[in-house]
Design a protein around this ligand. Structure first.
Ligand SMILES: Nc1nc2c(c(=O)[nH]1)N[C@H]1C(S)=C(S)[C@@H](COP(=O)(O)O)O[C@H]1N2
Ligand SMILES: [Mo]
Length: 254
């Protein structure tokens, strides 16, 4: 107790000397217990960091049905010839499996029927490609957080990696996001676009929607979802196919 009081005194004194402006703000909480007061001052000083966190959790704008683009173009790979894709497409993706593994307690192997029967979310959002085009579409899919919950995400996990069926120039397309985006309510594994199953050009049978980031983060043709502690040793180590090759940022916030 005496130690606590001493620390309190020290912190209070430090603020009184070093941060007059902050202290007057905190003094308005004069009736609060001293520990509340210290917490509030700390919060004020962390305002910048907190705002960054808050912004990361904010929702992307959602549009109305009348805003939907008449045609949602495809970009990048539009019909993979690798990863057994042609055979899967011919079978209507009945044999497509999505593996959820890595730092999870219960690795999952899910069919598209299983994924489509899970709770779903729909959102009408604008896709922005770094190459300078945008399109608005209605995406429907299972929240990624739900898949990760079901698999039992380990507290050692820091990133989620998406492995795709397609290759560009012989290297597999992949992407990764951090847990803030992985657990964001609008981050879904989408299996429908504009109320129809995904067209092949847009990533059938399953693609990531991570609405606060640019188009290249939205991995199409996803076959595996992997929770990892580090991006070292995955691809060329920069967290995504394009990040590894050109100057595209790993965090492509919009
Ligand atoms: N597997 C895979 N995912 C991918 C790509 C790709 O080439 N392969 N291209 C990316 C880019 S640059 C964009 S803009 C979007 C395009 O999505 P769309 O084809 O549905 O328009 O997918 C992204 N996801
Ligand atoms: Mo893109």
């Amino acid at each position: 107790m005496s130690r606590l009081l001493t620390r309190r005194g020290l912190i209070g004194g430090g603020l009184a000397i070093g941060a007059g402006g902050l202290l007057s703000g905190c003094d308005r909480l004069g009736e609060s217990p001293a520990f509340r007061k210290i917490l509030s001052c700390g919060e004020a000083m962390n305002r910048h960091a907190q705002r960054l966190l808050t912004d990361r959790n904010a929702l992307a704008r959602e549009f109305s049905a009348s805003d939907i683009s008449p045609f949602f173009r495809g970009n990048g790979s539009q019909n993979p010839g690798t990863g057994g894709y042609p055979e899967h497409a011919a079978a209507g993706f009945a044999n497509w499996r999505v593996r959820v593994s890595g730092l999870v307690a219960r690795p999952l192997t899910l069919s598209m029927a299983q994924i489509r029967s899970m709770p779903k979310r729909s959102q009408i959002t604008r896709h922005d490609c770094v190459e300078g085009w945008s399109a608005i579409g209605k995406w429907t899919g299972v929240p990624l957080s739900l898949l990760l919950d079901q698999a039992g995400l380990s507290d050692r996990a820091r990133f989620v990696v998406f492995r795709c069926a397609d290759q560009i120039g012989g290297a597999p397309y992949y992407e990764s996001i951090d847990l803030i985006d992985a657990l964001h309510p609008q981050t879904i594994m989408a299996w429908a676009l504009n109320d129809a199953l995904l067209p092949i050009r847009n990533g059938a049978p399953l693609r990531l929607r991570v609405e606060r980031q640019l188009g290249y983060k939205h991995a199409k043709y996803v076959q595996a979802i992997e929770a990892v502690a580090t991006l070292d040793g995955i691809g060329l180590g920069k967290g995504g196919y394009w990040e590894d090759r050109v100057d595209y940022e790993w965090y492509a916030g919009i």
